[in-house]
Write a protein that binds this ligand. Sequence first.
Ligand code: GMT
Length: 372
Amino acid sequence: MNIGIVCYPTHGGSGVVASELGLALADRGHNVHFFSTARPFRLPGFKPNVFFHEVPVVHYSLFEHTPYTLTISSTLYEAAELHGLDVIHAHYAIPHAAAALMAKQMGGGRPPIVTTLHGTDITLVGSHPAYLPTVRWAINESDAVTAVSQHLAAETHQRLGVTREIDVVYNFVDGAIYRRQPCSVERKLFSLAGEPLIMHISNFRPVKRIGDLIEAFIKVRKQAKCRMLLVGDGPERTRAEQDARRAGVLGDVVFLGNQVAVNELLGIADIYFLPSENESFGLSALEAMASEAPVVATKIGGLPEVVKEGETGFLCDLGDTDTMAARILQLVEDGELRRTMGQAARRRALTEFPQDKIVPQYEAVYSRIAKG
Ligand code: GMT
């Protein structure tokens, strides 16, 4: 098939899923056309069957805010005509679903549109009264809608008053790329004396509860030697660095900023920590599980569909940094528990969420709407 994928290029889960899905589809023989304002960061250089279309952001002195939704629609419409797109897959409802629907209307009702809901496009931004009517319309008008967890599908029905059917297609992982060592990153760079290494990866937005992350680490560090490796960047990073310094643990916390090869870093993680306030799925938790790191996370959103309590990690109440610290400490002090849970985590990741099981589910959605 000729498949158009529209997504954000930035360090966020929706862009990662869109990029990896497109690459996997290209490997399976489809032609994949990406549409974004910049090259998505998880897209490598040249790859056969993969094409990138840069959506122009046109500034004009009259515009206080550039209406780039319109340039997405124009770019999609023209490419759909030129390349005979069979389907457009919009990742993240705002504004991609509405932009894709406009392109479809311009094309006389073709190609059909799949919208994938990723999380904050429903739970945070999409529920805002300023966006809600448009998001609800775009969801209702799409030819198919997928959500990345049962929880997100239910939230979409409840919060937006949507009644249509939503297919649940989970995030996926490639177990050949996400695996415990051997990796090119040397563990001793971060853990000189072999102390257990706790890892967190995110875009450091308030929803990630970076304050809880540092607070829990401070509690663990009072009881045992361990180090924490933080990957990513965003608005909460500076405060986290200041909190760590004030508590005297900055020497045990490494802030790496944005990284491309997160698989190599996860390959040396002993424990993965994700204390988010909301997480529709938790892609980084899945990547950590595939890398044999047990996950300590919050019992919220889609995370209980990913992490099995007591088997592949531990789930704690939101904001309960005492319990989070106790669970992390348990793992820090018990190497055998870490290993057993880590192996169970990889088994679960590769049984329930492997790339070759999930990608065909998207293909089935494409075939269904392309025929219809
Ligand atoms: O919030 C983020 O981390 C980014 C966000 C996005 O849309 O780019 O991630 C969401 O999509 C991921 C891929 O489907 C999910 O695994 C994340 O759980 C989800 N984030 C939230 O719900 C907060």
